[in-house]
Ligand binder design. Structure first.
Ligand code: PMV
Length: 342
């Protein structure tokens, strides 16, 4: 029996410039940029067995998940042209997350990037290159086809996705690492306040769809490009204040776009707003540069320098933990990207 196994641990990422709106085959309307995280990860092991009648199985924390297996079958048939070995191998996929099950953290970026890395690696192995690392651009492209933002998890610590003249080599098809980033950012902390752990009231695919025909769609694309340029300058010069202004503006814009779409969505909880106000008050009182960003949901990401971690985490514990569901705060930080675990 010809069986090949590989396993990857891949992290989640947090966008500073948000990807919101897509067209064609999961292509972004604007370039986005994210920090790759390190604690919130998916570990995925894939065993490929050569056969003339391929099948796909999937387990999550050792439990078969047929609904997700069905989604993976559809996904694999869409990407078979990029990784042709899947046409002659059965795939047995086993996955676990390193973060709490119902933490409200979107796991699509970590899970799709981990799976994509396994598939890109198995393409090498089954072509007779067992020692070679996968083609990371192919892995990023495959991840994008599963969930757009997942393509940015393939590279750390900072990744850009979407064609922009500001960074040579960028593409709508895959993410690329952003180099020349000041160490204050590659060392940054991201503490995630879990305000609510429930299922999102609008899926991100439905959210992206709301951007076609959105009244502010064209100006949003212009703004994202402008923000991208300013952010890049901040990242290169180590300007944390400028970075924070862009991060917060992008987060609030993402929600403003949802609030002004048809139908409109309001994804803040009361405690989200309370948390954001606390962040601004803490900054004003202490001068410590802590900034927030948000995903398409109620949870709050707090970004701050490693050197401020003791003071900031003490404040989080005292002031912000009571706002969180079951007091849950996940302390994460920027990381260097996925790891081959087998
Ligand atoms: O990758 P998707 O389709 O789940 O979209 C993610 C969108 C945001 O998380 C809101 C922003 C981003 O760029 O990650």
């Amino acid at each position: 029996m010809n069986a090949f196994t590989t396993a990857w641990r891949s992290p989640s990422n947090i966008a500073i410039i948000k990807y919101w709106g897509k067209h064609g085959d999961q292509l972004p309307d604007n370039p986005s940029l994210s920090f790759t995280l390190s604690a919130a990860c998916t570990e995925t092991k894939v065993t490929a067995i050569r056969t003339s009648s391929p099948e796909i199985t999937f387990t999550f924390h050792n439990t078969p998940k047929e609904d997700f297996a069905a989604k993976i079958r559809t996904y694999i048939s869409r990407i078979a042209g990029e990784v042709p070995f899947v046409r002659e191998h059965s795939l047995h996929i086993e996955s676990i997350n390193t973060f709490p099950h119902s933490s409200g953290i979107a796991s699509s970026a970590s899970s799709m990037s981990a799976l994509a890395l396994c598939l890109a690696q198995l393409q090498q192995i089954t072509s007779g290159n067992p020692e070679a690392m996968p083609d990371f651009r192919l892995a990023s492209l495959l991840a994008r086809m599963g969930s757009g933002s997942a393509c940015r998890s393939v590279f750390g610590p900072v990744c850009a996705w979407g064609q922009t003249p500001l960074i040579p080599g960028t593409s709508d098809l895959f993410g690329i690492p952003v180099t020349d980033v000041h160490s204050v950012f590659t060392d940054m902390h991201d503490s995630i306040l879990i305000i609510d752990d429930g299922v999102k009231s609008v899926s991100s695919s439905a959210g992206h769809a709301l951007m076609s025909g959105h009244p502010f769609g064209a100006s949003r694309v212009q703004q994202a490009n402008r923000h991208f340029e300013i952010l890049l300058h901040a990242l290169r010069t180590g300007d944390v204040t400028l970075f924070g202004q862009i991060a917060e503006a992008e987060a609030l814009m993402l929600h403003a776009l949802m609030m002004t779409s048809d139908p409109p969505y309001l994804l803040f909880h009361a405690n989200t707003i309370t948390g954001l106000n606390h962040v601004r008050a803490f900054r004003a009182e202490t001068g410590v540069p802590v900034y927030f960003t948000l995903d398409a949901g109620p949870n709050v990401h707090l970004l701050y320098r490693a050197s401020d971690a003791p003071e900031v985490q003490k404040w989080i514990e005292k002031t912000l933990t009571p706002l969180c569901k079951n007091g849950l705060v996940i302390h994460d930080r920027v990381g260097s990207g996925p790891i081959l675990i087998r």
